[in-house]
Each structure stands twice: as structure tokens, then as C-alpha cells.
Design a protein. Structure first.
Length: 288
């Protein structure tokens, strides 16, 4: 999986997102375009668009949706500090891949909503229906969802929706079925301790589970590395330790399930996670 999956599309010309604190809003109002260029270096956690991520092997997308203040078209956008692509365009891009690869399955996790009223949610739900139709798998128990089941039903999408709206729509999986504990640290050692504890404590049945192999910059980190950005200052330096943790994991009910990262093309993140599935196959062979 990719963290802030849509952030490749962040637009430096866009307004600042409504979730940003007043200090950030003031910084941008004073320094304008220069401030937004610096912000993008810390807010864009991916360098690949959806099509490239899918081609590389990413199958889980972390999505945050926002309305744009004073937008006459009342569009919905992906957002992370600054606005990104229109949601409709991103959904269609993913659908093109699915149409060409009928046995592939993708998880869409709508986990943050900014500035959205009831009618915005209704608009998004209708957009999902129009784009994916019967490709979406209705919410059932997580452990009942096998690839065989999805192929038989011709489902290719599981949509997770972290809002009470999910309870009203059969094809929306409630957000609590996709927990994603967040370490909120810049320290690789603390991150790994947190990841290990989270995997140990996870519920074994009834939900999916995300391990976020992601470091989060503090304000002081950003100030020190203001011109270099997230990738150079934090992610690349911590990569060896994070990859070592991933390699030692076991998949399955008592192990890892979905693993997300920033800059998913770095190192051999994607191939290493995919290889864990073969450990699962071997485990099944041992028990039969």
C-alpha cells in the first residue's frame, strides 16, 4: 500500500487545505508560491501517479477527500495540506487499470474528509457507483473475502469509508474494518517498536489491518530540512531499518496484513512485501 497515495498530484497553485493550522495558512499568505513549493516537498509522499503505482504492484490506496473553499463547481478533491487531483479523475484512472486486469483487486480507503456536508458524501457515493458499479464488493466479514470469492462474483474493489455514511450503503465497508495505527514519530527505532507492538495486539479476525511504515516530521524537522524535503531528510535515511523490519515479518492472522509506506518505489519495498505472500502459501502447505 501507499501512504497519502494521491499526493503525487499535489498542485502548488491550489489553496491551502482547510485542515491546515492557522500558522500554515499565515505562512502561505505571507510567502505565497515560495511557501507552497516548500510545502510540497514535505506533503508529497509519493512520486508515482495511480497508474504507475498499480503497475508497480500497489493494491491499497490511502485517500483523503476535501471540498475546496469558494469552488463554483463544488468539486471533490484529494487533499494533503494542498489540494491534489479531482477525485473523479483519480477513480477513473484506477478503473482503467481494473478493466485491463480483471483478476486484480484494489482497496480504496477513504479515511479523512475535510469540509464535507451530507450532500458531498452523497455525491462521492454516486461517483463510486457510476465509476465502479458491480466491481465493488459489498461489506461482509473480512475473513470471508478470498480471491476465489472475488473472482467468482467479479468484484475488484473494496471501498472503506471512515464516516457513519458507510452504515447506509451496502458497498461501503465501515472504517473500523481497516484500522491503521499511527506511530507519529521521526525516530525509526520508536516506529519499529510501535509497529511490532501493533501487530502483536491486532485482532485476528473480522477486520483488515494496516502497518504504516511511515515516519512523521515534526515542525522542527521541517525547519531544519526545509529545502530538502521529506524524502531526503527522513525517508531515505530510515529506509534500511524499515526494510529490515518488513523482511522479518510473517503474514497471516497473527502477523502483518497490509503494509504502507512513503515513496513506495524506494529500495525493494514493493517486491519485499509481495514476497511475504509466498510465506503464507508455504504455511498453508504445511498445514494440509
Amino acid at each position: 500500500g501507499s501512504h497519502d497515495s494521491f499526493s503525487f498530484y499535489i498542485d502548488e497553485a491550489s489553496p491551502v487545505g482547510p485542515e491546515q493550522p492557522e500558522t500554515v495558512q499565515n505562512f502561505v499568505s505571507v510567502f505565497g508560491t515560495v511557501a507552497k513549493k516548500l510545502m510540497r516537498k514535505w506533503l508529497a509522499t509519493q512520486t508515482m501517479n495511480f497508474t504507475s503505482q498499480l503497475g508497480a504492484g500497489i493494491r491499497y490506496f490511502d485517500l483523503r477527500i476535501s471540498t475546496k473553499p469558494r469552488d463554483p463547481d463544488n468539486e471533490l478533491y484529494f487533499a494533503h495540506g494542498l489540494f491534489s487531483a479531482k477525485v473523479k479523475e483519480g477513480l477513473e484512472e484506477i478503473n482503467e487499470f481494473l478493466a485491463e486486469h480483471p483478476k486484480e483487486v484494489v482497496f480504496l480507503d477513504f479515511n479523512h474528509f475535510y469540509g464535507m456536508q451530507k450532500y458531498h458524501h452523497e455525491k462521492l457515493v454516486q461517483m463510486l457507483k457510476d465509476t465502479y458499479g458491480n466491481k465493488m464488493c459489498p461489506a461482509i466479514f473480512a475473513h470471508e473475502v478470498s480471491l476465489q470469492y472475488l473472482w467468482e462474483k467479479e468484484h475488484q474493489i473494496l471501498v472503506f469509508y471512515h464516516s457513519p455514511v458507510a452504515l447506509e450503503v451496502p458497498f461501503l465497508w465501515p472504517g473500523q474494518m481497516m484500522p491503521a495505527p499511527w506511530a507519529n514519530t521521526t525516530d525509526p527505532e520508536k516506529l519499529i517498536q510501535f509497529l511490532q507492538a501493533s501487530v502483536t495486539e491486532r485482532r485476528k479476525k473480522g477486520s483488515f489491518f494496516i502497518s504504516q511504515v511511515v515516519l512523521t516530521p515534526k515542525a522542527s524537522t521541517v525547519v531544519k530540512g526545509v529545502a530538502s524535503g521529506l524524502r531526503e531528510t527522513i525517508t531515505e535515511r530510515a529506509l534500511p531499518a524499515m526494510m529490515q523490519w518488513i523482511r522479518t515479518q510473517k503474514p497471516g492472522e497473527s502477523g502483518v496484513n497490509i503494509i504502507t509506506a512513503d515513496f513506495v518505489e524506494l529500495g525493494d519495498f514493493i517486491s519485499t512485501v509481495i514476497k511475504l505472500n509466498y510465506d503464507l502459501d508455504e504455511g498453508e502447505d504445511d498445514t494440509t
